[in-house]
Design a protein around this ligand. Structure first.
Ligand code: FES
Length: 154
């Protein structure tokens, strides 16, 4: 159930775009923020307010990796393991996250602190390995600094 303030926010978003489908991405983001992930209730809310079928909203959202398609931890680690990052040690970083936090790819720590998502290049090949934690960018990762960085996220 959305608050009146959030319903108003979604209606205002709708007014900024030429049609309801064009407003889907920000509306889905707001629903995710409110529900914590893109639950069936989140899609229902977007569909009701924008008048767009849930299947259309879901079809749009599932194209994007940074929406939460299942319940996730408080901090989402998007770690790149593509070629440049792999050559510079990203696979070892995956092992370190497992050793330190018990964190496997596509899993969440039991305390809900971290979820790990493996990415296929985040555009930082020149300063690889790289990751995003939530929306914060971190590059030149090493076996030492990745833990220092993650320890600042509670
Ligand atoms: S390969 Fe990792 S950022 Fe491009």
């Amino acid at each position: 159930m959305l608050s009146e303030a959030v319903i108003k926010e979604l209606e205002e978003i709708r007014q900024r775009y030429p049609n309801a489908r064009a407003a889907l991405l920000p509306a889905i983001y707001i629903a995710q923020r409110e529900f914590g992930w893109l639950s069936p209730e989140a899609y229902e809310a977007v569909s009701d307010i924008l008048g767009v079928p849930k299947t259309i909203a879901r079809g749009v959202a599932t194209f994007y990796a940074m929406y939460k398609h299942k319940p996730m931890g408080r901090n989402i680690v998007h770690l790149c393991t593509n070629v440049s990052c792999m050559i510079l040690g990203a696979e070892r970083l995956v092992d370190i996250l497992k050793e330190r936090y018990g964190l496997e790819p596509n899993s969440t720590t039991p305390d809900g602190r971290f979820s790990l998502v493996i990415m296929e290049c985040i555009g930082a090949c020149g300063t690889a390995p790289a990751m995003l934690v939530n929306t914060d960018f971190h590059d030149n990762l090493t076996q030492e600094n990745i833990i220092q960085i993650l320890e600042s996220y509670k």
